[in-house]
Design a binder for this molecule. Structure first.
Ligand code: FAD
Ligand code: NAP
Length: 548
């Protein structure tokens, strides 16, 4: 469609080249997007802030990091050859294994030659006269492209809370989402982990095994279920090799994009004994399956209470000190309305003599000091602090870029009261800008690799359609966007999700509007909607010819 990309810019040097597409980010989304566009003959360049591919799996190298969707499903399905040649070793792959996989993908499909690493996109400005996007980077590149595709990740903008005193701390501190590539050895140290979300729940058991003493600073306890991780047996692998086409189809048409056997019964219609049996059976199976034990767990608070109480009873059974067990037991939001955690030995870690749980709801952190951390009732001497404090999720990475659409309007401003998109893919007023797994799509509520593939395929097909029909622009209409935002909210309000102060709601970032950001209508239903809209000539989008 246009000339090949020019050479990457050196520090401070500006280049001007015209590409069909710029893709921002080289995680699961950016890599596959590049592969698809190349296959269609479009010129494309990827800009990636990190020094390698992998996105989440490049940055999150903290001890114990691994997926919580099973490896066989948490992987690309677009290439039969890739599917056959890659062998996962564990039920839930570790971060190094997933990173190896993504490097293998990048090499196998020769992707790295079109990726410029260690380059952060700082601005993307739509030029209405030239009808293209101008992309600026922190290395001085200035590149124009017809299409700008954000593959910037939903959980890539790491958040360190603004505690007073961090700059005077004499020890070392880390955020789980920016872990040093060389790793960290906590042997013999006094370590503080702040946060008890999925990242903490995976890392705490391992850090506890190294540290002389570990303090876990908990604000809100989380529900966690056992992973029962282990090597994949030859039988499981053989079954997957034989049936994966069928399994992938099942996942694509499901609610969450994973093999999630959903009971059709209400938790309230069965006897207490039957309910207990169902929960025990799911607990033995491990992973997210407990949420599918009954059909109404995410819709009905009373039903949800039965599952929440079951998990609390498990915590009490595992943790010997009853006061610690009660502190670890979540009570103030329904099960699964914050992302449920999948752990290996998390609760049992609190039986160790070298682990102390500090409830910062009762004794808030007041400041970081030169030697550690001061809470309202005590001072903790620490050699290292681990911030497992999460991300400015879904909108953070996008709003960190100065994105300007028609009339110079800023995306950040448009989203100041919460994100507004059509399908989570496009935004009215921002022609030819796409967001992979953007807010308003199933995204973080699903097996994300599957949702990424769906978005990438939809976008690639859309670009091919525009070329075939000689349209220069595609843009969401305001009406379609309004209707979609209303639908996303309506569906969310049908569930218990809005009851939790979760990152899905933007509640973890001070000042961020409280809006439920992902689409909970289900990945199968959502896919059908997207396909229907495309089949109807991109209903709800305005398509225009060059110069019009
Ligand atoms: P990312 O992998 O986040 O990649 C985005 C890339 O964009 C990053 O490399 C970033 O450096 C780059 N970038 C961002 N902004 C810029 C910029 N301005 N300029 C240049 N580059 C930029 N999901 C699941 O479904 N199952 C799981 O088991 C699971 N486990 C997870 C574990 C952890 C620890 C975390 C943090 C998330 C997990 N997720 C999981 C969600 C995970 O983020 C997605 O599954 C998936 O990896 C996202 O891929 P992506 O390419 O969309 O984004
Ligand atoms: P998170 O779920 O947002 O957890 C952050 C934790 O830090 C919470 O416990 C939070 O408490 C606490 N916190 C934040 N600010 C604080 C403050 N100022 N003082 C005290 N505590 C504070 O982040 P995460 O654990 O990194 O996980 C984010 C998401 O990434 C997950 O939900 C999941 O989708 C994905 N992930 C998946 C895996 C996996 O198992 N594969 C692993 C890691 C991450 P509050 O709850 O009170 O805000």
């Amino acid at each position: 469609m246009s000339d090949a990309p020019s050479k990457p810019a050196l520090d401070g040097v500006e280049t001007a080249s015209t590409l069909d597409a710029v893709i921002v980010g080289a995680g699961f989304a950016g890599l596959y997007m590049l592969h698809r566009l190349r296959g269609l003959g479009f010129s494309a360049r990827v800009y990636e802030a990190g020094s390698g591919v992998g996105g989440t799996w490049f940055w999150n190298r903290y001890p114990g990091a691994r997926c919580d969707v099973e490896s066989l499903e948490y992987s690309y399905s677009f290439s039969e050859e890739l599917e056959r040649e890659w062998q996962w070793t564990e039920r839930y792959a570790s971060q190094p294994e997933i990173l190896r996989y993504l490097n293998h993908v990048a090499e196998r499909f020769d992707l790295k030659r079109d990726i410029q690493f260690e380059t952060r996109v700082t601005a993307a400005i739509f030029d209405e006269t030239a009808n293209c996007w101008t992309i600026h980077t922190d290395r001085g590149d200035r590149v124009s492209a017809k299409f700008c595709i954000m593959a910037t990740g939903c959980l890539s903008a790491a958040k360190v809370p603004g505690f007073k005193g961090l700059e005077i701390f004499h020890g070392k501190w880390y955020h789980t989402g920016h872990w040093p590539q060389e790793g960290v050895d906590f042997t013999g140290q006094r370590v503080g982990v702040i946060g008890t979300g999925s990242s903490a729940i995976q890392s705490v058991p391992i850090i506890a095994g190294q540290a002389s003493h570990l303090f876990v600073f908990q604000r809100t306890p989380n529900f966690s279920v056992p992973a029962h991780n282990g090597p994949l047996s030859p039988e499981v692998i053989e079954d997957w090799n034989e049936h994966h086409a069928e399994y992938r189809h099942r996942d694509r048409t499901s609610a969450f994009g994973i093999n999630f056997e959903m009971s059709t019964k209400s938790a309230l219609e069965v006897s207490p004994e039957e309910r207990q049996r169902a929960y025990e059976e799911r607990w033995r199976r491990g992973g997210f399956s407990v949420v599918g034990a009954f059909a109404d767990l995410i819709f009905n608070k009373e039903a949800n209470d039965t599952a929440a109480e079951f998990v609390r009873s498990k915590i009490r059974a595992i943790v010997r000190d009853s006061a610690v067990a009660e502190t670890l037991a979540p009570r103030d939001y329904p099960l699964a309305t914050k992302r449920i955690c999948v752990d290996t030995g998390y609760y049992a870690t609190f039986n160790r003599d070298n682990v102390t749980l500090v409830d910062v709801r009762v004794t808030p952190i007041e400041e970081i000091t030169a030697t550690g951390l001061r809470a309202s009732n005590a001072e903790y001497t620490l050699d290292s602090i681990v911030f497992a404090t999460g991300f400015d999720a879904m909108t953070g990475a996008l709003c960190n870029i100065d994105i300007r659409g028609r009339g110079g309007a800023a995306l950040k401003r448009k989203w100041s009261e919460g994100p507004r998109t059509y399908l989570g893919i496009m935004v009215a007023g921002f022609p030819n800008l796409f967001t992979i797994t953007g807010p308003g799509s199933p995204s973080v509520l699903s097996n994300m690799v599957l949702s990424i593939e769906q978005h990438v395929n939809w976008i690639a097909d859309c670009l091919a359609y525009l070329r075939e029909h000689q349209f220069a622009n595609i843009e969401a209409t305001v009406n379609a966007e309004n209707d979609w935002v209303a639908h996303v909210n309506e569906v969310a309000n049908f569930t218990l999700f809005p009851l939790a102060n979760s990152w899905y709601m933007g509640a973890n970032i001070p000042g961020k509007p409280h809006v439920f950001m992902p689409y909970i209508g289900g990945v199968g239903v959502y896919r059908q909607k997207c396909d229907k809209i495309a089949a109807e000539g991109y209903k709800g989008f305005a398509l225009s010819a060059p110069g019009s």
